[in-house]
Design a protein around this ligand. Structure first.
Ligand SMILES: *Cc1c(COP(=O)(O)O)cnc(C)c1O
Length: 388
C-alpha cells in the first residue's frame, strides 16, 4: 500500500505551480497562458526515465491504459487476448471493450500466470498476452516472454500493482512490448485516478498517443485543429492536475516501495512461526510488497484466519475474498466470458480456485507499528490453535 500514506505538501506545491502560471489544466496548447508549464508532459518524461523505457503516455486510469495498449496493437474481430484468472476485472473489461476475445489461463504458486497453461491456450488467433503482477509479485516473466516470442504474440504487462518492482534488474512494465500502470488511490503511487502506458516501439507509442486523443497526431508546433489524423480514437487524456500530483508521487516511489519491503520483512518474521506456505516469487524478483500472501492447508482455515485478522481491525485485502472481483471464475456477469466458458465458469479454473481459496493476504503499510505485529501474531495463534 501506497502513495496515499505520504501525500501532501509536495503534491500541493506542484499543483500551485499550475495556478501560479495561468491555471491551464489541459495537457496541450494554450501556450501563451501557461508560462512553459506542461505537467503531464513532464510526468511522462520522468516516468519513462524511471522505468528506463523510451516512450511513456499518461492516461486517465489503469483501465484506460490497458484499453489504449490494446488499441495500439490494433485488435481485429476474432483476435484472442490471453490473460490470467487472478486479476482485477479491469484487465478483462479492457479486452472486451477492445472487441477482443478474452482467454483465461490458470495461475500457479506465484498467483500469476501459469506459463504452461499459457502456451496451451495459444491458437492461430492469439494476438497478445496480458500478464499481471498481482499484488506486487512478478509473474514468471522469463518463461512467458520466451513463449510469447516463439509464437509472435505481443507481451503486455498489467503493472497496476507492480510499479516500482523489478525482475532481473529490469523495472516491471518494461519487460514486454507494452507496460500499463494504474495510479488509482489504492496503488503504489497515486494521482487520484490515472494511469500510464510505456512502450519500446515508437510506432506503437504513436498509435496509442493518437488513439487516446481522438486520433490527433499531436504536433506541438501546430494549433490543434491542424493536427494530422489517420484513425479515429477516443479520449483518455490525463489532465494537468493529475500530472502535477504524479510528478510529486513519482519522487516518492522508491521510498514507498522501500517502506513496504521493510514492513513486509517484519511481518515475515512472525509468519515463520506458523504452519503456512508463502506465495512463491520467481527468482530474480524484486517485489513491491503491496501485500504479503500465504497459503494455509485448506479453505476453511483461510476463512478462519481472515476472521481472526478482521476482528483485530486488520483487512485481508482481496484474499481469500478474491473470489468476487479478482477471480475470472466469478465473472458470470460478463456474457463475453460465458460465451467461451459457459454458465459453469466457476469450475473452469480448478487449479486457480484451489490456490486462491487457501490464500490469505495481509495488506502492507509503510508505517508499520509494533502493535500491529502483536495483533497479527495473536490472530495467527488463534487460527492455528485448533485443527480443522
Ligand atoms: C487497479 C487495477 C487496474 C485498473 O486500474 P484503475 O486505475 O483503477 O482503472 C487494472 N488491473 C489491475 C490488476 C488492477 O489492480
Amino acid at each position: 500500500m501506497p502513495g496515499y500514506e505520504i501525500i501532501g505538501k509536495e503534491e500541493l506545491r506542484e499543483i500551485k505551480d499550475i495556478f501560479d502560471n495561468g491555471g491551464v489544466l489541459f495537457r496541450h496548447g494554450f501556450d501563451h497562458l501557461r508560462n512553459g508549464i506542461y505537467k503531464v508532459n513532464q510526468f511522462e518524461k520522468k516516468f519513462s526515465k524511471k522505468m528506463n523505457a523510451p516512450y511513456a503516455l499518461a492516461v486517465t486510469s489503469g483501465t484506460a491504459a490497458l484499453r489504449v495498449a490494446l488499441a495500439a496493437i490494433e485488435i481485429k474481430p476474432k483476435d484472442e487476448i490471453i490473460t490470467q484468472s487472478f486479476t482485477f476485472v479491469a484487465t478483462v473489461e479492457a479486452i472486451i471493450e477492445s472487441r477482443g476475445i478474452p482467454i483465461i489461463t490458470e495461475i500457479d504458486d506465484t498467483l500469476n500466470m501459469d506459463p504452461k497453461d499459457f502456451e496451451k491456450k495459444i491458437t492461430k488467433n492469439t494476438k497478445a498476452v496480458i500478464v499481471v503482477h498481482m499484488l506486487g509479485t512478478p509473474a514468471r516473466l522469463d518463461e512467458i516472454k520466451k513463449i510469447a516470442k516463439k509464437h509472435k504474440i505481443f507481451l503486455i504487462e498489467d503493472t497496476a500493482w507492480g510499479c516500482g518492482g523489478k525482475y532481473n534488474g529490469i523495472p516491471l512494465g518494461n519487460f514486454g512490448d507494452i507496460g500499463t500502470f494504474s495510479f488509482d488511490f489504492a496503488k503504489t503511487m497515486t494521482t487520484g485516478e490515472g494511469g500510464m502506458v510505456i512502450f519500446k516501439n515508437k510506432k506503437l507509442f504513436n498509435k496509442a498517443a493518437a488513439w487516446h486523443d481522438h486520433g490527433h497526431e499531436n504536433n506541438p508546433k501546430l494549433p490543434r485543429w491542424e493536427d494530422s489524423r489517420s484513425s479515429s480514437g477516443f479520449n483518455y487524456r490525463m489532465n494537468e492536475l493529475q500530472g502535477a500530483v504524479g510528478i510529486a508521487q513519482l519522487k516518492k516511489l522508491d521510498k514507498v516501495v522501500k517502506g513496504q519491503r521493510k514492513s513486509a520483512k517484519k511481518i515475515l518474521s512472525i509468519l515463520k512461526k506458523y504452519p503456512l506456505t508463502l506465495r512463491k516469487s520467481p527468482k530474480g524478483s524484486k517485489e513491491t510488497f503491496d501485500s504479503l500472501v500465504f497459503f494455509v492447508s485448506n479453505p476453511k482455515l483461510a476463512i478462519r484466519c481472515r476472521n481472526q485478522l478482521l476482528s483485530r481491525g486488520i483487512g485481508t485485502k482481496i484474499l481469500p475474498e478474491a473470489l468476487t472481483w479478482h477471480f475470472a471464475g466469478s465473472w458470470s456477469h460478463m456474457p463475453q466470458l460465458l460465451k467461451k466458458y459457459g454458465k459453469n465458469i466457476r469450475k473452469k479454473f480448478p487449479k486457480s480456485y484451489s490456490y486462491l481459496s487457501k490464500a490469505v493476504s495481509i495488506p502492507i503499510s509503510m508505517n508499520y507499528k509494533n502493535e500491529l505485529a502483536k495483533k497479527i501474531n495473536t490472530a495467527l495463534e488463534k487460527t492455528f490453535k485448533k485443527k480443522i
